[in-house]
Design a protein around this ligand. Sequence first.
Ligand SMILES: Nc1ncnc2c1ncn2[C@@H]1O[C@H](COP(=O)(O)OP(=O)(O)OP(=O)(O)O)[C@@H](O)[C@H]1O
Length: 208
Amino acid sequence: MLAATDLACLKGDRLLFRALGLVLDAGRMLRVAGPNGYGKTSLLRILCGLSQPEHGMVRWRGRDIRAVRDDFHAELLYLGHAPALNDLLTPLENLRFALHAGGDAVPEADCVAALERIGLGDQLDLPARVLSQGQRRRVGLARLFVAGSRPLWVLDEPFTALDVAAVADLAATLEAHCVAGGIVVLTTHQDAPFASAPDVLDLAELAC
Ligand SMILES: Nc1ncnc2c1ncn2[C@@H]1O[C@H](COP(=O)(O)OP(=O)(O)OP(=O)(O)O)[C@@H](O)[C@H]1O
């Protein structure tokens, strides 16, 4: 369903990887691994169509994502490594803004339920600037609970700053998404308690 062929990524004068290929069918989870600076974020952005590879192509449902950009993005949820929050807005306002920007019409009650589900029930009305790092991360992750119709989740360091219980909860959520036929691509530097280990793509093995 998501496939990449012969990808190469050039940053400045440095070739990060080349000849990278992958195929992810419905229900699969892929962990992109590698040391700092080896191109994990760069690869995720290419897979999402947010940046262009030096060479190669990404396909979604068999079509070049550049040719089906709007349809592809309607099926994609991308969460970057830093939660993009407006510090003056509450978690609820931030979530509603992100959903609106992504074209998702989600009832407010569902947004509140998502924030409560992610453990922010007591912080709904606080400005984001006073949230802890883990709470800020949770605001972004709340989108996972209102993203039911988006099969492809691409998540850059989603476990960062989460406590042990939240890491376990997120791992279970990602696995449930795959069991339901979704696809997850993620990066993480930490071991997550998945019931079954995801596929791993180690960029250290592809380094140029
Ligand atoms: N515009 C740019 N010009 C030059 N180099 C860049 C540019 N953007 C990124 N890089 C470099 O590309 C490399 C890969 O960056 P990337 O963020 O993809 O790595 P990463 O594997 O996700 O790292 P980390 O584990 O630290 O998150 C880094 O060395 C970075 O400095």
